[in-house]
Every structure is written in C-alpha cells, then in structure tokens.
Design a protein around this ligand. Structure first.
Ligand SMILES: CC(C)(COP(=O)(O)OP(=O)(O)OC[C@H]1O[C@@H](n2cnc3c(N)ncnc32)[C@H](O)[C@@H]1OP(=O)(O)O)[C@@H](O)C(=O)NCCC(=O)NCCS
Length: 175
C-alpha cells in the first residue's frame, strides 16, 4: 500500500477542514461511538476540530491524516499526556477511516503511523478505549494491544443505547 500518512499540514486548507468534518460525520452516522450523538450539528463538528487543532498547535496532541487522490480518507490522534508523571504516555483517539475506504488496511496503517509518532514524542505507552460492539477490536488485537477489560455501559451509541467499552494498552519497543 502506498498511501501517505502524515501530520495535517498547518494551517489546514479549507478543503482539508471540510474533509475532516466529513470523516467525523461519516463515522458517527455509520454508528461509531466516538463521543457524539445523532443528529450531529455542523457547528458541533467544526468546534470539535477547532479544539483538536488548538491542542495540536500547543504540542499536546498529534493529528495524522491519510489521503487518497489528495483527499483525506482517514485520521488518527494521539493525546500526549502532560502531567509530570505521565509524559511517557499517549492516548490513541479517533482512529477513523471513511466507510468507502475501509477493509483495505488503512486502519492498520494509521495505527502503525500513530505508534511511530508516539515514539518520536518519547511516548513508550499507548492506551486507548473503544466500543465493545465497534469494528476496531480485531485491529487492536492484531496490532499487539493488550485487552485490559471491559467497562459495562460506559458510553452510548450515536442513537442512544448504552454500550460497553474495552480498554487496551501497548508498550512500545524502541524503534
Ligand atoms: C476501525 C476502523 C478505523 C478500521 O479501519 P479500516 O481501514 O477498515 O481497517 P483495516 O482495513 O486495517 O482493517 C479492518 C478489517 O479489514 C481487514 N482487511 C484489511 N485489509 C484487507 C484487504 N486487503 N482485504 C480484505 N480485508 C482486509 C482487516 O483484516 C480487518 O479485519 P477485522 O474486521 O477482522 O478487524 C474503521 O472501521 C472505522 O473508522 N470505524 C469507525 C470509527 C471507530 O470505531 N474507530 C475506532 C475507535 S476510536
């Protein structure tokens, strides 16, 4: 596979911002439990990405994007822990691939790229949580993540019902 995965160039273009919004909306409307409820207002999506970009600018977050034919079709984030006792740790968040581009290895490629960037930020531990009924469980298991356990009724699906969440971690070896 030859798809570039890189930090979102800054300042982001209007086209990239529109693609990011479409990516988030596609995931939520596809049923992913990633923090949002349906119906999803455009202003809520724009506010989310504005917050993400502010944290990227503050070096507290990494935002990687994957492109196909120049358009953003996937993204992943690392929240870089800021507390003095936690600066070896990052939380992997919002691993997203457009529904039309799934099941071709892009999710796995984004996960590997996120780990590479975690190492670049001297982060040796990656933690994450994901829906127990979502479609990312196989990806994390194959990626070498240890399943810590399940928290029942942790969050809701975008259309309302409470769902369980699985917690994972991975200790990164030096590159
Ligand atoms: C989870 C997610 C990022 C995976 O993206 P993806 O690009 O489909 O990921 P991959 O293609 O690497 O792997 C997905 C599946 O396709 C399979 N696959 C990969 N390449 C393939 C290929 N060439 N042919 C057939 N199948 C393939 C993988 O084995 C994997 O199988 P699985 O369902 O048993 O896990 C995507 O489904 C998504 O955006 N979901 C919504 C958001 C979400 O829940 N994110 C995670 C929580 S934050």
């Amino acid at each position: 596979m030859n798809r570039p995965i890189e930090p979102l160039p800054t300042p982001p273009t209007a086209a990239d911002l529109a693609d990011l919004s479409a990516l988030l909306r596609d995931a939520v409307e596809g049923g992913a439990s990633i923090g949002f409820m349906l119906p999803l207002a455009d202003a809520e999506v724009a506010a989310f990405w504005a917050d993400v970009l502010a944290e990227v600018a503050a070096n507290q977050r990494v935002l990687l994007v994957a492109r196909a034919a120049g358009r953003l079709v996937g993204s992943v984030q690392l929240e870089l822990a800021q507390r003095p006792n936690s600066r070896h740790r990052a939380e992997l968040q919002k691993l997203l691939v457009l529904r039309a581009h799934r099941s071709r290895g892009l999710g796995a490629a984004l996960l590997a790229a996120a780990e590479d960037h975690a190492r670049r930020h001297q982060r040796s531990l990656v933690v994450l949580d994901t829906s127990a009924s979502g479609n990312a469980l196989g990806l994390y298991a194959r990626g070498g993540y240890t399943r810590v356990g399940v928290i029942p009724r942790y969050a809701t699906d975008p259309d309302g019902p409470l769902i369980d969440t699985v917690i994972y971690y991975k200790e990164l070896s030096a590159a």
